[in-house]
Design a protein around this ligand. Structure first.
Ligand code: SAM
Ligand code: DTB
Ligand code: SF4
Length: 317
């Protein structure tokens, strides 16, 4: 296996990339992108919320915290039945998704939950798709159990720079999330780990998040860059608007800092126009969530994505 190139960019170096003239930054990102990937191929994953709402945690951006379900109107659901997951995964495959990601509004899974979720992983794998889960913090032995079931990716985000974390989340620490990521890495599964941009953080905080991700050894195979979806009823509903070019810069910086990772243009695409999404692709994004829903919020309809792919000459992979 080829060793993964390491860039060892610290926060200062990442911030210096952010400060480049826009054209220079995008040119560098394109160069790096073309060294490692087909620049016209986009990987597509479909998301399914297998357990919605009622979460014990207080993440300020999230619609699914139990602390504010009256304000957000998100109803607490039970873990979905296996058959519902099978139907959704089949439909996603028919529409062209190569990976099926299942998310649960938990601090972390209980043992009994994990056994049911493992059945879901088997169903997805039997359909010939890659499987990804995001279930929160994993306890002792849980990552190994998921790996043994054939899970390809575990998604667990750092969400923001360490110095800003406790302004957004107080019920768990970023260090606890790092420990889960360590157990996922040790289990041999691939890591999907990124964060959210547009929560009122400074550029320095954004640079620190990217530097933290790039410093993981090896870096995550998949890096979701979410634009905050400002959900009414959450503490971040009135977060200050972000300059769209700052979002594009974040994608470019992530591409340069993590040359061989899939950089996923994640939440917030529904609020973006086609031109902004095209700039993100030019900056090195090569993966998206595909299908008309994320977990609780909307995503562009597949037909809109197909039309955009056709206009830009992009293919699936
Ligand atoms: N409960 C698990 C956890 O926190 O890891 C899994 C589900 S959680 C909803 C997965 C990720 O979705 C979060 O880490 C966050 O990055 C992203 N997310 C949640 N709400 C969001 C929002 N309103 N805007 C952008 N990203 C969001
Ligand atoms: C990730 O980084 N983004 C996805 C996935 N991992 C699980 C979730 C986005 C959630 C957006 C808000 C919602 O739909 O509730
Ligand atoms: Fe719960 Fe995950 Fe939402 Fe945080 S991001 S409140 S842990 S579902």
């Amino acid at each position: 296996m080829q060793p993964t190139p390491r860039t060892s960019l610290d926060t200062d170096a990442v911030e210096a990339l952010y400060a480049l003239p826009f054209a220079d930054l995008l040119f560098r990102a394109q160069q790096v992108h073309r060294e490692h990937f087909d620049p016209n191929a986009i990987q597509r994953s479909t998301l399914l919320s297998i357990k919605t709402g009622g979460c014990s945690e207080d993440c300020g951006y999230c619609s699914q915290s139990a602390r504010r379900d009256k304000e957000t109107g998100i109803e607490r659901g039970k873990l979905l039945a296996l058959e519902e997951v099978k139907v959704a995964a089949k439909a996603a495959k028919e529409k062209g998704a190569s990976r099926f990601c299942m998310g649960a509004a938990w601090r972390g899974p209980k043992e009994g939950d994990l056994d049911q979720v493992i059945e879901m992983v088997r169903v997805v794998k039997d359909l010939g798709m890659e499987a990804c889960l995001t279930l929160g913090l994993l306890g002792e032995g849980q990552a190994a159990k998921l790996a043994a079931a054939g899970l390809d990716y575990y998604n667990h985000n750092l969400d923001t720079g360490a110095e800003f974390y406790d302004q957004i989340i107080t019920t768990h620490s970023q260090q606890a999330r790092m420990e889960t990521l360590t157990s996922v890495r040790a289990s041999g599964m691939k890591i999907c780990c990124g964060g959210i941009i547009g929560m009122g953080e400074s550029r320095r905080v954004r640079a620190s998040l990217i530097a933290q991700l790039a410093a993981m050894n090896p870096p995550p195979e998949s890096v979701p860059i979410n634009h905050l979806v400002a959900v009414p009823g959450t503490p971040l509903e009135n977060a200050p608007p972000l300059d769209p070019f700052e979002f594009v810069r974040t994608i470019a910086v992530a591409r340069i800092a993590m040359p061989t990772s899939w950089v996923r243009l994640s939440a917030g695409r529904q609020e973006m126009n086609d031109e902004l999404q095209a700039l993100c692709v030019l900056a090195g994004a090569n993966s998206i969530f595909y299908g008309d829903k994320l977990l609780t919020s909307g995503n562009p309809e597949a037909a809109r994505d197909e039309a955009l792919f056709a206009r830009l000459g992009l293919t699936g992979c």
